[in-house]
Design a protein around this ligand. Sequence first.
Ligand code: NDP
Length: 235
Amino acid sequence: MTTRTVLVTGGNRGIGFAIAEQFVAQGYQVAVTARSGEGPTGALTVRADVTDAASVDAAFTEVEAALGPVEVLVANAGITRDTLLMRMSDEDFTDVIDTNLTGSFRVVKRASKGMLKARFGRVVLISSVVGLYGSAGQVNYSASKSALVGLARSVTRELGARGITANVVAPGFIETDMTAELPEAQQAEYKRNIPAGRFATPEEVAKVVVWLAGDDAAYISGAVIPVDGGLGMGH
Ligand code: NDP
């Protein structure tokens, strides 16, 4: 059990909600950001849009006042705007980058202030198997998610000596609203390609994130941890 303070972005549903739930279960002081809705019972919910630096700053200030400095940050908020390259507008591309990549940058930068002062920090960025595997119809999403690897590794090189780790978790297909949108035939096709033969539950991702934030993972940094049933092996 630990009483460290953790902030999860996009903690009102899906994987972020499950991550927050697992941290609560382990005794952490948990806050989530949400644009709407609420995080799980036992977590503080603050409003934030990760595309807006002022909104991110206000959310951190609120969390710090209530729970103290953020020691563990999980950058989970993300979106898709899937379409084929030839049809993808500049806006489809930049919106996804602004949320998934620049949004992660904004929260990591804001969190690093307190982490540097404390000489302790755990940063976990939620990427995707398609970041390194690639995916037709997801040029924007895949680019945003692979860039998180460079972000985590650069943070590791910059801040590693100050007790701060930064890692990437790369989920495969997880049962959330994001995958529920896929047509059934496409879901079946994906399952055929996953060695495990199934999608994962959000809890299966959440438990890996909580482990990465804990003392047992203190010497792991700049790593990409797949939680994908073997889909992305070798990537
Ligand atoms: P959901 O679509 O279920 O939830 C996305 C979350 O991100 C919501 O809480 C949403 O808030 C939040 N969010 C989106 N845009 C913003 C924004 N601008 N500011 C703040 N919050 C925002 O997604 P999942 O739970 O499935 O995915 C969570 C993460 O995991 C994402 O980064 C996704 O890319 C990644 N992932 C998911 C996989 C899957 O199979 N589901 C596989 C691999 C990676 P709101 O409710 O307000 O929209």
